[in-house]
Design a protein around this ligand. Structure first.
Ligand SMILES: [Zn+2]
Length: 211
């Protein structure tokens, strides 16, 4: 099954904004892309590897930094992502909402109505100058809006090993297991190799017992 690869985040240095790395459009997609800047498929898993990588990420999501991006911004971004992750991985919806509300309060998030593809959309921003504050406010707001839309049960993590990227399951029957075609293909090939190994072992045992 083809998956939307928008929720995966490109590794710095790859062609940003080009297929299959569709840039996130909604606040929820931005939240997922931000969470997925920690990517177990990458070596090392940290995609926000420095000011340049963070600047490219902000450009990719359509929120370019107005000032120079510094090492301190990278540290703040990683800390912000960790707080967002704690909300995303909360054990219950109530706990997740409480953590996101708290995040939004602490970062000074304020709602703004913005035009998006011909309709109005509430998007959270902040007066704080550092680029990661706006990113955190928008991400927390995006996840809260998803809760309001009843999507809590559809927020999931990739079963690819290793992966664990965050996604929203928009399939009709809630059958999504992987973040992207990269992981579903990977896992399918691994299962195929496992079956083939098993079959080879069984035929060895068969031939040993019949000899
Ligand atoms: Zn994955």
């Amino acid at each position: 099954m083809a998956h939307d690869t928008r929720e995966r985040t490109p590794v710095p240095g790859e062609e940003l904004g080009e297929a299959p790395w569709l840039a996130p459009r909604s606040a929820l997609e931005i939240a997922l892309a931000f969470l997925n800047t920690w990517d177990l498929l990458a070596h090392p898993p940290e995609l926000l590897r420095g000011p340049d990588a963070l600047r490219r990420f902000l450009e990719w999501i359509g929120r370019p930094a107005s000032d120079k991006v510094t090492d301190a911004d990278v540290k703040r971004a990683i800390a912000a992502r960790e707080r967002l992750r704690q909300a995303f991985d909360a054990p219950s919806e109530e706990e997740a909402v409480a953590r996101l509300n708290d995040l939004l309060l602490k970062v000074g998030g304020v709602p703004q109505l913005v035009s998006n593809d011909g309709s109005w959309q509430v998007r959270y921003t902040t007066r704080r100058p550092e680029p990661t504050a706006g990113l955190l406010a928008e991400s927390a707001g995006g996840l809260l809006a998803a809760m309001q839309d009843g999507l809590w049960g559809r927020l999931g993590r990739c079963e690819g090993d290793p992966c664990r990227c965050a996604f929203v399951d928009r399939t009709k029957n809630r059958v999504r297991r992987f973040c992207s075609t990269i992981c579903s293909d990977r896992m399918m090939q691994a299962a195929f190799r496992r079956r083939r190994r098993l079959a080879a072992r069984e035929s060895r045992i068969d031939s040993a017992s019949s000899s």
